[in-house]
Design a protein. Structure first.
Length: 488
């Protein structure tokens, strides 16, 4: 089905809200949308709509192809076909046909989402060989990131394309597009643009949403899935995205202990790769009493029932992973007293710590509350005790709960281990220090009863009042040593 006028008009209106100075320039397109002739048909003159794909790799380069007919080196693009569901689908089809890059190799940008990065009107010379007169193209341009770090080798459409080049943003051939790309500060790094909720009751059950069976209109039609949806330009962060989606889908649902858990990937209706930030949250109510505004129903399921459901493999694996990390009614096992001469088995506690360094190499530390049970009025890593969860899941949760930092587990690596006994007879602790190479958010005090402030410290100017093993770890990381031990 060809994109509707109202759909295209919505894209154009949203674009003009962001770029009001272009109202005059785009008046021919606005007028064409009010005329009786189909603005998406290439036979409509004096102008019609085309769509282009602006593919950006991880090095902030844009794919350009050399068209045989025009002799121009421009991003992939072309006319709308009758089977194209949306203008964005046209752009994806064209980049696949002209350069061999599939939609599954691309994802949306967080800055622009599914809105155009640029809309340009340019003149097309007459082609006497085909009888095509001079006319205008109203080109709607969508930006995509490569989903993988290594750009795929373009498989060029030899009939129309004779070469391909990756150009830096400053070298993009279209002046209007070049200006927009530089203004949008697109870094080429894929990030989550959707948010979902993995809702559990703390007793081994998970709440799943049965979607409407409407193929071509919604994701995973007729399947059970997590609640959630896509980010909008009005959402300040992905937690806001999730809360807005929940209020729209199930307005009476109120989750507790909301925290980021994992980043998963799905495939959109258009075939795009979609990174999804999954949050965990607990709720213990009766789903039949909830008002459901989207989908068919909500039901509780236990992990052993998942094989009976129509459910994506990724969602099933996610639930099973969470269930394995959070056993129902599980309690951390306490360590028995240490025996003389080590004749008894002593369980070792595990702590996780976040080693963050900013662009200047400074390390993030928090000043603990004076009444803290441990290290009051002393600087320390963002840290927590690992319970019924994986160490990295614990780290991600603590970073969000304590400082509002959103960390993808894929960006976490083990930086140092400190094996410590604080005092004779105490439980030994294995303190794991993880480094996050990337994160989202600015450190903020979210648990004032534990931490008074966050501050970045140069490694060679650490505060005097610093937890000793944290100082040991920072020094060891600077020197490239992976292991330390204290108190043995």
């Amino acid at each position: 089905m060809t994109p509707s006028r109202s759909q295209i008009r919505g894209l154009v209106n949203d674009y003009l809200e962001r770029h009001p100075v272009e109202n005059g320039h785009l008046q021919p397109l606005v007028s064409a949308l009010e005329e009786p002739a189909d603005p998406t048909s290439r036979s409509t003159l004096p102008g019609h709509i085309t769509c282009s794909a602006i593919v950006i790799d991880h090095d902030q380069r844009v794919l350009h192809i050399h068209h045989r007919a025009s002799g121009l080196t421009i991003p992939p693009g072309g006319h709308i076909d009758p089977d194209d569901r949306t203008p964005l689908a046209t752009a994806l089809r064209e980049v696949h046909e002209e350069a061999g890059i599939a939609a599954g190799d691309l994802c949306l940008t967080t800055q622009l989402l599914d809105g155009p990065v640029d809309i340009d009107i340019h003149n097309i010379a007459a082609r006497p060989s085909t009888g095509e007169p001079e006319h205008q193209h109203f080109d709607i341009r969508f930006a995509f990131y490569l989903a993988h770090a290594v750009p795929p080798q373009p498989a060029l459409q030899d009939a129309e394309v004779s070469g391909a080049r990756w150009l830096a943003l400053s070298e993009v051939t279209s002046p209007t597009l070049r200006a927009k790309l530089l203004q949008a500060q697109l870094d080429g790094q894929p990030e989550p643009v959707n948010a979902s909720a993995l809702i559990h009751d703390g007793a081994g059950r998970y709440l799943l949403h049965l979607r409407d069976h409407k193929p071509g209109l919604i994701w995973e039609p007729g399947a059970f899935a997590l609640l959630g949806g896509g980010r909008t330009h009005d959402d300040q962060n992905l937690e806001n995205t999730l809360l807005r989606e929940l209020s729209e889908e199930v307005p009476d649902l109120r989750l507790e202990d909301l925290a980021p858990y994992a980043v998963e990937e799905a495939t959109s209706i258009d075939g795009l790769r979609v990174p999804i930030q999954v949050f965990t949250g607990s709720w213990r109510g009766n789903p039949d009493r909830l008002r459901l505004h989207e989908g068919v129903l909500l039901r509780w399921f236990t992990p052993d029932e998942l094989d009976r459901l129509r459910l994506s493999p990724a969602t099933r694996a996610l639930i099973l992973r969470h269930a394995a990390e959070n056993l129902p009614d599980g309690e951390p096992v306490a360590a028995p007293p240490a025996g003389d001469g080590g004749s008894r088995t002593v369980l070792v506690g595990v702590g996780v710590h976040l080693h963050l360094q900013d662009d200047e190499g400074r390390v993030l530390l928090g000043l603990r509350h004076p009444e803290s049970r441990y290290a009051g009025n002393t600087w320390h890593y963002l840290a927590g005790r690992c319970e019924q969860e994986s160490a990295i899941a614990c780290l991600v949760r603590e970073a969000w709960e304590e400082a509002g930092l959103l960390i993808d587990p894929a960006n976490v690596e083990l930086a140092h281990v400190v094996h410590i006994v604080d005092s004779p007879g105490e439980q030994p602790l294995m303190q794991l220090v993880f480094r996050a190479r990337r994160w989202k958010g600015t450190p903020e005090v979210r648990e004032p009863d534990k931490c008074l402030t966050w501050r970045w410290w140069p490694p060679h100017e650490l505060p005097d009042r610093l937890v000793p093993y944290a100082r040991t770890a920072i020094t060891a990381i600077t020197e490239g040593r992976p292991y330390s031990q204290l108190g043995w």
